[in-house]
Every structure is written in structure tokens, then in C-alpha cells.
Ligand binder design. Structure first.
Ligand SMILES: N[C@@H](CCC(=O)N[C@@H](CS)C(=O)NCC(=O)O)C(=O)O
Length: 397
């Protein structure tokens, strides 16, 4: 690879940029570092990361890849002959992805918070949370490193193979969930894609079951996936695990590393930016607040329409001819999107603006692996009202 085929757009103090640098170093990839100056964003940055406008951006043979953890996985997959960064075992990979997401979503934001915390009490509360996080990470370190020097074993990011078990009795695969959860629905869809038989254990909440608290002590959320003696949390981590563990079924993630990076990018965008706006709209008060959220959601749909044209290349799904990772990540929200359309009395899936997505949504919802999983909007609305009443009652008691 010629040096100018790999460029990293970044700034030296950014820990996210440092991740990409470390990964390139692990693989001994020569690259050109393009320094972004703080305070102004270069044309190249705006063009190559129009969604978040953030560094790092890895530019490989003119293709931009954004989001540090996605870049690290991309580097690992493209320069596959160098030392591996992700563990080779699908379960170990799932665990590494789980903790990396925990660090980004929960733990590191605390470090940022402490910089601006006012008053001793507020500071002490943040410090307590940071230490609790460290304790969780210490435990994770002991489990992942298996007594070696790094989370990844003997070297940064490296682990060992363990053989995949291909024939699984139904009782060996269990899903703790609830029918109305889009995150749980994702796992159900992935299992259907692979034709895997599983036992569905319903979480009833109020109070949360011992099984939930014991198996997902970090987030205390469904879905939780059990495979033999392994427990995996976080829907997108679980979907990737299923894809990697049952490799003999149809693939869920694209086979090309760049297409995989793009699918991961949009799935993360949906979870971090787009769906939170949809969720907020369910209970938004006041016309102004509602209008602002609708604008965000519609803008997001326009971006996704573009992504659909690019990823699907004119085919039926984001994943091509059959349902893939991004189809599952996005499609799982369709029921709740319709709920919001009804409750806020607004048309979001508008044929005039996003014809590709509207047709995709119809196709997706009637696909065999989806149709018995995706809940009807009317049923969801009924559930939502009941759930809110229970939350209120629980808060009072
Ligand atoms: N990022 C998680 C989100 C899971 C999630 O939010 N699950 C909800 C049900 S839809 C839950 O368990 N909520 C319980 C709570 O927030 O206490 C994933 O992708 O699995």
C-alpha cells in the first residue's frame, strides 16, 4: 500500500484519533497524517464526514471511514495479515465490543463531566461513578486478559481461537427480552435469518428480574442473549456475534470491509442520534419542541435515503438482495416510527421525499424473517400508554 493511499485526518490530542494511529501502528501501515486545526473545520473534513463533522476520518484509497471504533475494526479487517486487533473468537469479540461501547457511551463522558463539574458534592458524585466504572473494567480485564498483559492477551488486541459449536440444541440458545423492544426484535430477526431455534424468556420488568440484573449488571437492559454458558448484551453486539458464530447461514454483515464499516457507521448513527429524536417526539410537549424534533428526524431520513441508494446499489435491501445488518438495525425501529407518526400526527415516511425508503419499509416489513417479529403500531401504542402509567405509578410508590 503506497503511503498516500492511507490518510488519517486528525489532531494529536484526540484520544479517538490516537486509537486509529495505534491500530495503524499495530498493522505497520504507513500513512499520511493530515492535521485538522481546532476551531475551524477543513473542507476535507466536512466533505468526508458530513454527518458528524468529527475527526478521526481514515481515508483509504479515496474512501472515507468515520468513527474511531469502526475505523479500528476496518483496519483490522483490511490488513488482515498483520497481527489481529480484534480477538479471533466471536464471543471474545462480542465482549471487546461491549466494553468498548461502554467506555465510549458511559465511562469516558464522566471524565469529560468532571472537567466542568461545579462544587465538591457534584465532583465527588462523578468521581464515585468513574471509580465504579474502573472496578467494572478491572473485572473485565481479569476475564478478557486471562492473566496476560493486555485485554487482548499477549499483545494489544490479540486473542486466541476457540472452535465454534455449530449444532446447538434449542435450550442452548436463549433470548431474554420483550416483544415491544426494537432492540430485542433485532436479535429475533438475526436468529431468523440464520434459522436458529431459541427459547424466548420474557422480561416483565416492575421489578426487573433477577436474571436480567444478574446477566446485564452494567446496563440492566434487554436484550440479553445466552449461548451455552456465554452471556452477551447490547443488540448490535449480539447481532454481530450471531453472524460470526453461525457462519454457515446467510451472512448478515456485508463481506467487504468497507461496506461493513459503512453499515456499522449508519447503525451507530441510528442508535445515537436518530432514534433518540424519535423517542423524544413520543412525549414532546409544545409545538416548537415537536417541530424541532420532526426536523431532525426528517433530516436523518434524507441521509438514510442517500445511504440506501449507496449501500443497496438499487437492490431490495441495504444489504443487497437479502436482509442485512443495517436493514435489521433500522428496520427494527419501523413499528415505533409509525407510532410516532400516529401520536404526533405527522407523516415521516413520506413517499414524495424518501421514495426508496418507503418502498424498502414495505418490503422489509413483509419479509419472512421479519413479519412475525415486528410489532403492529396499534399494539405498541396500547403498550406505550400502559407502560407510561406503570412508570408513573412506580415513581410514586
Ligand atoms: N443499547 C441497547 C439498548 C437496549 C434498551 O434500551 N432496552 C430497553 C428496552 S427497549 C430496556 O431494557 N430498558 C430498561 C431500562 O432502561 O431500564 C441495545 O442496543 O441493546
Amino acid at each position: 500500500m503506497a503511503k498516500n493511499d492511507v490518510k488519517l485526518l486528525g489532531a494529536w490530542p484526540s484520544p479517538y484519533v490516537n486509537r486509529a494511529q495505534i491500530a495503524l501502528n499495530v498493522k505497520s501501515v504507513d500513512y499520511e497524517f493530515l492535521e485538522e486545526t481546532f476551531g475551524s473545520k477543513s473542507e476535507l473534513l466536512l466533505k468526508s464526514n458530513p454527518v458528524h463533522k468529527k475527526i478521526p476520518v481514515l481515508i483509504h484509497a479515496d474512501k472515507p471511514i468515520c468513527e474511531s471504533l469502526i475505523i479500528v475494526q476496518y483496519i483490522d479487517e483490511v490488513w488482515a495479515d498483520g497481527p489481529s486487533i480484534l480477538p479471533s473468537d466471536p464471543y471474545d469479540r462480542a465482549i471487546a465490543r461491549f466494553w468498548a461501547a461502554y467506555i465510549d457511551d458511559k465511562w469516558y463522558p464522566l471524565l469529560r463531566e468532571i472537567r466542568s463539574a461545579e462544587g465538591e458534592e457534584a465532583k465527588a458524585a462523578v468521581v464515585k461513578k468513574i471509580i465504579e466504572g474502573f472496578e467494572l473494567l478491572e473485572e473485565a480485564f481479569v476475564k478478557s486478559s486471562k492473566g496476560k498483559g493486555y485485554f487482548g492477551g499477549d499483545s494489544i488486541g490479540v486473542q486466541h481461537t476457540s472452535s465454534a459449536i455449530l449444532i446447538m440444541a434449542k435450550s442452548d440458545v436463549k433470548l431474554l427480552g420483550f416483544w415491544a423492544s426494537p432492540y430485542v426484535n433485532r436479535v429475533q430477526m438475526a436468529l431468523n435469518v440464520k434459522s436458529i431455534d431459541y427459547e424466548f424468556v420474557e422480561e416483565r420488568f416492575f421489578p426487573k428480574s433477577e436474571l436480567l440484573l444478574g446477566s446485564n449488571p452494567v446496563h440492566k437492559k434487554i436484550p440479553v442473549f445466552f449461548h451455552g454458558d456465554k452471556t452477551i448484551c447490547e443488540s448490535l453486539v449480539i447481532v454481530q456475534y450471531i453472524d460470526e458464530e453461525w457462519t454457515n447461514g446467510p451472512s448478515i454483515l456485508p463481506s467487504d470491509p468497507y461496506d461493513r464499516a459503512v453499515a456499522r457507521f449508519w447503525a451507530a448513527y441510528l442508535d445515537e442520534k436518530w432514534f433518540p429524536a424519535v423517542r423524544e417526539l413520543r412525549s414532546a410537549q409544545g409545538e416548537e419542541a415537536k417541530a424541532a424534533l420532526i426536523e431532525k428526524i426528517v433530516e436523518g431520513l434524507a441521509l438514510l435515503e442517500e445511504a440506501f441508494a449507496e449501500c443497496g446499489e438499487g437492490k431490495a435491501y441495504f444489504g443487497g438482495d437479502s436482509i442485512g445488518y443495517l436493514d435489521i438495525a433500522f428496520g427494527s425501529f419501523l413499528g415505533w416510527l409509525k407510532v410516532v407518526e400516529i401520536m404526533a400526527d405527522v407523516k415521516l415516511l413520506d413517499e414524495a421525499k424518501i421514495p426508496g425508503l418507503v418502498r424498502w419499509a414495505v418490503r422489509f416489513s413483509s419479509n419472512d424473517v421479519v413479519k412475525d417479529v415486528l410489532p403492529e403500531p396499534e399494539k405498541l401504542i396500547e403498550f406505550f400508554k400502559m407502560f407510561q402509567a406503570r412508570v408513573k405509578a412506580a415513581a410514586k410508590s
